[in-house]
Write a protein that binds this ligand. Structure first.
Ligand SMILES: [Zn+2]
Length: 277
């Protein structure tokens, strides 16, 4: 990240040092937040389109365009209208990863039924210890959260020795998420240089989000990628950002307005979004 050097009064520096000591927050974070507030730049905000409950019920019609998503973030994940593959957004480039293994840039007009995006501004960076499973990676990510109750964004960069991912196939008419992902494409890759984009959603947000970690991956040469089901890696760089502001764009489609979204989504999300045991 770029570095800012500037002169401030002794009293301002005093107050800043005190605030950092009392809150445990880094000076970088306090200054970034204050600047973002003063300059009215969106920060620490997760923008989500539609709800996990709607996706579980099979509401795969597009509700926003990629162009609109772009206004709310340069980094994120999601899917496309009709559950046509997986989305990953990195440094402002949006990609569609399709079940036939192809990857394309997603144009601004493409429609999206579900996505999470943010303007990624990590506060924390480190190299992770080697991990041999998804469970080990997620445990390492969990250990870096100081709370279960806000959202987090992570970027994981490096050479992954193994990646098991899936790409949703276009859903049939009236299929639910569990039905549609029962015919998903799964891929096992070894030795992939690439980037994972991920979000942590708090347990209390079930029904709106997918609780826990949700990771998508794309290779550095943009030829492979999907929704991560398993992985192993060594020397992977972790960058992490706390997201304490959450915005939900609720679809205004007739399908959403009329759907019964009162059901418990936990079992369906567990089947559809995690590796099958
Ligand atoms: Zn996913």
């Amino acid at each position: 990240m770029p570095k800012l050097t500037c002169e401030v009064s002794a009293s301002l520096l005093d107050a800043l040092t005190r605030a950092a000591a009392e809150s445990g927050e880094s000076v970088d974070h306090i200054v970034s937040r204050a600047l973002a507030d003063a300059l009215q730049v969106e920060h620490g905000t997760l923008f989500q389109v539609s709800t996990s409950g709607a996706i579980v019920e099979g509401l795969f019609g597009g509700v926003v365009s990629v162009g609109t998503l772009r206004e709310h973030g340069d980094f994120g994940l999601g899917t496309f209208a009709g559950l046509d593959g997986e989305m990953i957004a990195l440094d402002g480039a949006f990609f569609q990863m399709r079940a036939d293994g192809s990857i394309h840039r997603a144009g601004d007009a493409m429609q999206v039924p579900f996505a999470l995006v943010t303007h990624f501004a990590p506060q924390h960076q480190e190299t992770l210890a080697p991990f041999v499973s998804m469970a080990q990676l997620l445990a390492a990510l969990d250990a870096r959260r100081d709370t279960d109750n806000i959202f987090f964004a992570v970027r994981l960069t490096g050479r992954f020795s193994q990646i098991h991912d899936r790409v949703a196939c276009k859903a049939g008419e009236h299929e639910t998420l569990v039905e549609a992902t029962s015919h998903q494409a799964e891929f096992h890759h070894t030795d992939v240089a690439g980037t994972m984009v991920g979000f942590y959603t708090p347990p209390y947000a079930r029904g709106i989000g997918i609780p826990g970690w949700h990771l998508h991956v794309i290779s550095a040469d943009f030829t492979r990628g999907g929704h991560v089901l398993g992985c192993a890696g060594e020397g992977i760089t972790l960058e992490m950002e706390r997201l304490d502001d959450f915005r939900l764009a609720m679809p205004e489609t007739a399908a959403f307005l009329k759907a019964d979204l009162s059901g418990d989504t936990e079992a369906a999300l567990d089947t559809a979004e995690r590796a099958r045991r």
